[in-house]
Design a protein around this ligand. Structure first.
Ligand SMILES: [Zn+2]
Length: 291
């Protein structure tokens, strides 16, 4: 759904609530506290979408336990924010989101973090097949020109250090990437075991010796970048492509380096990459909120 469609389809709070109730409950609304189906819409409530549970005597609405819970921002603005975020090729700054939706910047930032957190929990199955694995460094100041040495870790300028990120891409498929505190063999193996299925997988890595530990569990092909960037199927073009997406996205919208929020930024970039062929990313996101 593009922005105009979202705007027209969800003109007010009632329309948004109706949509969310349909996504969450379908034809059988139930109490989020006790699970009972013996529920009824509040008849004379001043607030839209309020329900009573006859089993546990509580009242609730469809937003309970979701990223929209207790929000004071009109749901239409949330829907538009989600539309803007899932449709943007790169990441948006919270300042941009605030200007687009007439919100204050703090509110926009908070909404953005919540939307990203929902994307983080939707990681899905393990990767399988030909899987390219690599690590990179993101953050710090925008780099000038194409200085490769700027990709290295460590202090840059006024105490800005980059975050190490490790990622795996299934060739032609999904990506899983995370901030890596530990790029030793042990740390990389932990990441691989939590994101890649060893059976039926050919892992493609660079010559970094930290990947040797993975060789005991995964079938592995090594590309030696000093000699060539591709050897038949043995290349890391997919993950390199993903890194360049991450970097363009980061430097296009984030001018302050905040390592704390890097995992959520990465979650957003991964989620969007994984939905790149999905015509209904908005709907997928909404259904994911209740998964
Ligand atoms: Zn109940």
């Amino acid at each position: 759904m593009n922005l105009l469609t979202i705007f027209k389809r969800f003109p007010d709070q009632e329309a948004c609530i109706e949509y969310l109730e349909k996504v969450r409950w379908g034809a059988s609304p139930h109490c989020p506290h006790c699970g009972a189906v013996d529920v009824a819409r509040k008849s004379e409530s001043e607030r839209v979408g309020r329900w009573n549970c006859h089993a546990c005597r509580s009242s609730f609405n469809v937003l309970a336990g979701t990223i929209f819970e207790k929000t004071k921002v009109p749901l239409q603005k949330w829907f538009l924010a989600i539309g803007l975020i899932v449709n943007a090729k790169k990441s948006l700054s919270s300042g941009q989101l605030a200007r687009d939706l007439d919100l204050n910047q703090k509110t926009a930032w908070f909404m953005q973090q919540r939307i990203r957190a929902a994307m983080l929990t939707a990681e899905g199955d393990l990767l399988q097949g030909i899987v390219e694995v690599d690590e990179t460094y993101v953050g710090g100041k925008p780099r000038k020109g194409n200085r490769r040495d700027d990709d290295k870790p460590g202090k840059r300028g006024r105490g800005t250090s980059k975050a190490a990120v490790v990622g795996a891409v299934e060739r032609g498929g999904r990506v899983i990437a995370r901030v890596a505190d530990d790029l030793t063999g042990k740390g990389l193996l932990r990441f691989l075991l939590s994101s890649v299925r060893p059976e039926g997988t050919l892992l493609i890595t660079d010559e970094l010796s930290s990947y040797n530990a993975a060789g005991a569990i995964f079938q592995r092909a090594v590309i030696n970048h000093k000699e060539a960037y591709a050897f038949g199927e043995t290349h890391t073009n997919s993950i390199e492509g993903f890194w360049s997406l991450i970097k363009r996205s980061w430097y296009g919208s984030h001018h302050h380096y905040t390592r704390r929020f890097m995992p959520l930024f990465i979650a957003e970039t991964c989620w969007k990459y994984n939905q790149r062929r999905n015509d209904d990313a908005f709907g997928t996101f909404m259904r994911g909120c209740f998964a």
